[in-house]
Design a protein around this ligand. Structure first.
Ligand code: ATR
Length: 270
């Protein structure tokens, strides 16, 4: 029998997750189907109750349900509990749901495995303090950077995140214009690129050794990637690799196999 998986979101038609998971399944001859399911905006709670009877073994959760699902499921991994958002659910044999968040692992793997970056002892600037930023803070701190500075338009939101994660490493908060010094890595977790904008941090934060990473991805360079190239950053890339790596970690949780990701990233780039 074919094992059933899906991504649940609204909208969801643009999702690349079916293509990614089908590519992983093909690599390892896994008999599984992965679909994109459009869930009514007020319908996620009801849908979760029916996952097992619908025959699913696991689902991914995307916008706008990640935080809502976090509230609905008690049984979570430590990553998911701290992230305040869920992107992966495993349906257990007794029908109960186990929730995880693989976004942070996906980001760290893309940076370290695919782009050869070491995060240990580095000065990292994280732009944004919404759900996307929160989801990656603990995995970033686990890599033991020298400092993780969260800069956000609304500084109080960055300060709240610092309070939440203060026990996990050297973390502090600031506003965009007050960003000081130079950084080894700058990660954009704001949604500014969606509006074609770039957080107004001083250009002096970027040197020719700085690696700039936009968690958003797009067929063309995002506005942040364009900005970073203009500053002659050492690296300027978007988050397509993170998308594939977070999916690979979900696949590993469900199937017990860590898929090969390079060929899938290449496939999506073309
Ligand atoms: P997500 O789940 O994608 O993080 P979110 O929770 O709405 O979405 O958070 C969006 C983030 O992008 C926030 O950090 C937001 O800043 P505020 O907290 O001040 O709202 C940031 N953001 C959105 N548009 C932005 C822009 N044009 N310039 C800079 N930051 C922006």
């Amino acid at each position: 029998m074919t094992d059933k998986y899906a991504v649940l979101g609204n909208p969801v038609h643009h999702s690349k997750s079916p293509l990614i998971h089908q590519s992983f399944a093909k690599q390892y001859s896994q008999n599984m189907d992965y679909s994109a399911e459009l869930i009514p905006l007020n319908g996620i709670e009801e849908y979760l109750k029916n996952l097992q009877s619908l025959g699913f073994m696991g689902v991914n959760i995307t916008v706008p349900f990640k935080e809502k699902v976090w509230e609905l499921i008690d049984n979570k991994s430590e990553f998911a509990a701290l992230a305040g958002a869920v992107n992966t659910i495993t349906i257990q044999e007794d029908g109960s749901l186990h929730a995880d968040n693989t976004d942070g692992i996906g980001l760290c793997r893309d940076l370290t495995h695919n782009h050869g970056m070491q995060l240990n002892n580095k000065r990292i600037l994280l732009l944004g303090a919404g759900g996307a930023a929160r989801g990656v803070i603990q995995p970033l701190l686990e890599q033991e950077p020298a400092e993780l500075i969260i800069a956000n338009r609304t500084v109080s939101k960055a300060q709240n995140l610092v309070e939440h994660f203060t026990d996990f490493g050297n973390i502090s908060a600031t506003g965009f214009l007050a960003v000081a010094g130079e950084y080894d890595i700058i990660i954009n977790a704001t949604s500014a690129s969606l509006q074609g904008q770039v957080p107004p941090i001083p250009a002096t934060a970027v040197t020719r050794k700085t690696f700039c990473y936009d968690m958003m991805y797009s067929n063309e360079d995002t506005s942040f990637v364009r900005w970073a190239k203009h500053q002659h950053a050492f690296g300027s890339i978007d988050g397509l690799g993170m998308l594939v790596e977070q999916a690979a970690e979900a696949f590993r949780l469900w199937r017990g196999i860590k898929p090969e990701t390079q060929s899938v990233i290449k496939l999506l780039r073309t």
